[in-house]
Design a protein around this ligand. Structure first.
Ligand code: ATP
Ligand code: MG
Length: 558
């Protein structure tokens, strides 16, 4: 991942300023990716992972993977495992630097006591609803809780009792004592601990109080010695509290992490937010978190998208300070761009019409040699069988062609890729007028590679031999979201879901593809990039996923 570390962005500028001011040496730069293990990672997380990892790499510093697991009811080890697998696959290496926020629970508890002792935190007996009421709004100041000024000693005793399980859920909380009239609502005595009798995936039943995210996060960063805590823009208003926590804890008087916000990645025609994806998964609208239509990392992997494509795409979109919607066509450009030279180009027919080559001997098969990728000699050659009956794609024939149609139509001659010229003589139909087959003749002189220069044809079409081809299931994907509507705007997703986001069809493949293994990637010439599904494909029933079609509506800017 060398190229990623060269381009500049505003975060690098800040870090370089910090280095210039002798706050840190290069190798002290320390970042982290802090997922909450409550779902699978998606392409937005990929952007954050690569940013954090590449930043550490650029300066020769450190990169931590930290599970932000302070919310036991939503978290699960299944998610922990999937997150590790996805980050590894993406190419970010945390080495042995893997941490769990839950390992710091004791320390966080001690810090909470420190704040209480300093008169900077208090136990509040108000209900959640009352706390919300007292908080005020953007236009009206908050109101102080009647428990705000209870003696430090009393708060300390109550907090210890909270910890010892003496109170039911929701009866008390610990709050930071800051300023109920602050214009920033996050500073109006935010809750920092709550009572929750829940089993945690890591600490089991050891704790029945859990720290709130805004309290836990700066402490996690502080404990790990993170220098630059990169997060998304919605945390900008939380930064004053992030700093407040660290400023008020003795351990971080000297050196504190710095929070820097950047824009979330938003992509058109898809759903990115974890909770929206979770809803689709829970409602059975997709085939699990790794459904190839999802922009989860596992879904993209199953779809045949490569880590390199994701890296190059993230590099291109860069890091910005303002949110914007990225056109999914741009991502597709990088997917194609990466697969272009890496994949063999084989022939597959997705919607067949049979062609009988009437002047070709009935029992003859020729094995014709054809290159695997004309842009990459190293992928070599293979042999494809040619015989009297073949399939071509329905799209490549028109009985009454428009102007400039150069493919097959009655009386016209085209090249069969890697084989011969054929001319269409007859269209055979059933009584209802449906086309059953086409009768063509071939010219033996025109064999591909024979050096034939007698005449030229304008169209080249792909084909497979009818008696040699194998059948497979092809899953053709379209966008998950109907149009450009921004799914995050409201929570009703159902009416925005494209009902035709997957079409299943039978593909007729050249026999070479019988050897394809789960995860193998190919270009099906003139159709798109496809990969063998890793979940449902078997030797007897191959399943191919459409990764991306070949046509692009996006051009890189020069
Ligand atoms: P979501 O918004 O999808 O629910 P999240 O932010 O709740 O995701 P976390 O596990 O808390 O998920 O996120 C881990 C890190 O990934 C955070 O630092 C978060 O800011 C970052 N992140 C999440 N979504 C995006 C995105 N779309 N673009 C860039 N970074 C993101
Ligand atoms: Mg979150």
């Amino acid at each position: 991942m060398s190229s990623e570390t060269t381009a500049s962005n505003f975060i690098y500028n800040i870090i370089e300023e910090d280095i210039k001011n002798n706050l840190y040496k290069n190798e002290e730069i320390h970042t982290r990716f802090p997922p909450e293990p409550n779902g699978y990672l998606h392409i937005g997380h990929a952007k954050s992972i690569l940013l954090n990892y590449n930043t550490a790499q650029k300066y020769g510093g450190k990169f931590n993977l930290r599970f932000d697991d302070t919310n036991p009811t939503k978290e699960d080890v299944e998610y922990v495992e999937s997150i590790k697998e996805d980050i590894k696959w993406l190419g970010a290496n945390w080495e042995d630097r893997i941490f769990f926020a839950s390992d710091y629970f004791e320390k966080m508890y001690q810090y909470a006591l420190e704040l209480i002792d300093k008169g900077l935190a208090y136990v509040d007996d108000l209900s959640a609803e009352e706390i919300r009421e007292y908080r005020g709004t953007l236009n009206t100041p908050g109101k102080e809780s009647p428990y705000r000024n209870r003696p430090t000693k009393e708060s300390r005793e109550l907090f210890e009792k909270m910890k010892n399980g003496e109170f039911p859920d929701g009866t008390r909380v610990l709050r930071a004592k800051i300023d109920m009239s602050s214009p920033n609502i996050n500073m109006r005595d935010p809750v920092i601990y709550r009572i929750l009798h829940a089993t945690h995936h890591n600490t089991s039943n050891k704790w029945c109080i859990y720290p709130m995210y805004d309290f836990a996060h700066p402490i996690e960063d502080g404990i790990e010695g993170i220098t630059h805590s990169l997060c998304t823009l919605e945390f900008e208003d939380h930064r004053p509290f992030y700093n407040w926590i660290l400023e008020n804890l003795d351990d971080y008087k000297e050196r504190r992490p710095r929070q820097i916000e950047f824009a979330k990645l938003q992509l058109s025609r898809t759903i990115i937010g974890k909770r929206f994806i979770k809803k689709l998964v829970d409602d059975g609208m997709v085939d699990g978190w790794d459904d190839p239509r999802l922009m989860t990392i596992s879904g993209m992997r199953r779809r045949g998208i490569t880590p390199e494509a994701i890296q190059n795409f993230c590099e291109e979109i860069g890091i910005a300070k303002a949110n914007s919607l990225v056109d999914i066509a741009m991502f597709e450009h990088f997917i194609r761009d990466d697969l272009k030279a890496k994949t063999r180009r084989l022939m597959a027919i997705l919607d067949p019409i049979k062609v009988v080559i009437t002047n070709y001997p009935e029992d003859q098969t020729e094995w014709l040699e054809i290159h695997n990728n004309q842009d990459n000699e190293s992928l070599g050659y293979r042999k494809i069988p040619f015989s009297r009956e073949i399939y071509i794609d329905r799209d490549d024939f028109m009985e009454v062609p428009p102007k400039k149609y150069f493919r097959l139509f009655p009386g016209n001659e085209v090249r069969l890729m890697g084989a011969y010229f054929i001319t269409c003589n007859n269209v055979i139909k059933d009584d209802a007028g449906n086309i059953l087959e086409l009768h063509c003749t071939y010219d033996p002189e025109t064999k591909s590679g024979s050096g034939f220069t007698g005449r030229k044809v304008k169209g080249t079409i792909h084909w497979v031999s009818a008696s040699h081809c194998i059948k497979a299931e092809a899953r053709l994907y379209d966008y998950l979201i109907k149009d450009e509507s921004d799914i995050e705007e409201d929570s009703s997703t159902e009416d925005k879901i494209n009902p035709n986001s997957m079409k299943v069809t039978t593909a007729y493949l050249e026999p070479e593809l019988a050897k394809a293994k789960p995860g193998d990637k190919f270009q099906f010439v003139r159709n798109g990039y496809f990969c063998v599904d890793t979940k449902d494909s078997t030797e007897d029933h191959l399943v191919f996923n459409l990764t991306v079609n070949l046509k692009s509506s996006w051009r890189p800017q020069k």
